[in-house]
Design a protein around this ligand. Structure first.
Ligand code: FAD
Length: 296
């Protein structure tokens, strides 16, 4: 089923997983993760795409298992910056053959390769990927896009980023998933300003429960996400205590989720970092609030 169909009737709760990285290319550990996440009955699980990396190609396999073995809707992330049109055609064909109906269409980050040359690119922005897939596979896929409550790092300003977002939606993105944020006010600003310029599609909030201070700082830097004073004080006090950091991360994310649901969010997407026990603990602590998302 297309996620856009689900979103017509309810707000969603979903998870993101990534293909595990290891030397032998063995991804079997992901199936434990999915086993556990499936017990929480999510509306969908998305699978990241490691452009050019060792896990390239695993996205289709994992998304296919989620859909065909676990009977849970899956969303395959797909980046285009390092791909040719032919490669995108082949991946989309594989997704279609595996009955996957949902693609999170992304540009991806510029490769760090010094030989990388922007002149050679066949795709420059996610918008072009939307146009290409829509043209080559009309009606096969529900496309979605990424959006940035704290502005994408390459954008000159919030307004420019929002205009590009509108173009991406006009090119076929039927719903959006946000980059992580730790201050819900950035999400509310994005939704409010997006609606003003005619972006009407659902905007799902991406929430990352932090589990250790190092990964939090690394991720926040990579994603251009700010850390509120309140959270940074907690980290400062507890970064030596892994169990305390986990409790703080889970409770902080849970509090964000309660606030978002209270304010009528379109959906919650939990970046699980392949740690199903974290999602489980969030679910255990607010079962009644999560039902407010129209979710049994
Ligand atoms: P775009 O929408 O193309 O935007 C990129 C930049 O270009 C922005 O600054 C935008 O303002 C600007 N822009 C867009 N269109 C135009 C235009 N027409 N003219 C001028 N400027 C324009 N990365 C991965 O490698 N694999 C993943 O699986 C993955 N999953 C992600 C999931 C989510 C929910 C999010 C939020 C991000 C994910 N990313 C992933 C990271 C993403 O690839 C990067 O953030 C990337 O830098 C931008 O991708 P995009 O699709 O948002 O790009």
């Amino acid at each position: 089923m297309k996620i856009s169909e689900i979103l017509k009737h309810k707000s969603t709760i979903s998870f993101e997983v990534f293909p595990p990285k290891n030397k032998d290319g063995d991804i079997s550990s992901i199936y434990y993760t999915i086993d556990e996440l499936s017990k929480l009955n999510p509306d969908f699980i998305s699978v990241t795409y490691g452009a050019g990396g060792s896990t390239k190609g695993k996205t289709v396999e994992i998304a296919s298992t989620i859909k065909n073995k676990y009977q849970i809707e899956s969303v395959a992330h797909l980046t285009c910056i390092s791909s040719t049109k032919q490669e995108i055609l082949e991946t989309c064909q594989q997704l279609k053959d595996n009955h996957i109906e949902n693609i999170l269409a992304l540009r991806g980050d510029y490769p760090k390769d010094p030989l990388f040359n922007k002149e050679d690119l066949e795709f420059h922005y996610a918008k072009e990927l939307n146009e290409f897939i829509t043209q080559k596979f009309p009606n096969n896929f529900c496309l979605s896009g990424a959006c940035y409550p704290e502005v994408h790092q390459e954008a000159a300003c919030f307004e420019d980023d929002l205009k590009s977002l509108k173009a991406k939606v006009d090119a076929g993105a039927e719903y959006l998933i946000t980059q992580i944020f730790f201050d819900n006010n950035y999400y509310y600003r994005l939704v409010k300003e997006a609606r003003k310029i005619g972006i009407g599609v659902p905007i799902i909030a991406g929430i990352m429960p932090i589990t250790n201070s190092k990964s939090l700082l690394r991720t926040a830097k990579m994603c251009g996400t700010s850390i509120p004073y309140e959270l940074s004080t907690m980290i400062e006090n507890y970064y030596h205590y892994p169990d305390a950091m986990k409790e703080i991360g889970i409770n902080y994310a849970t509090h964000q989720i309660i606030d978002l649901i209270t304010n009528g969010v379109d959906g919650i997407h939990i970046y699980t970092m392949n740690k199903p026990e974290i999602a489980q603990r969030i679910f255990d602590s607010i079962p009644t609030v999560l039902k407010e998302l129209n979710h049994d």
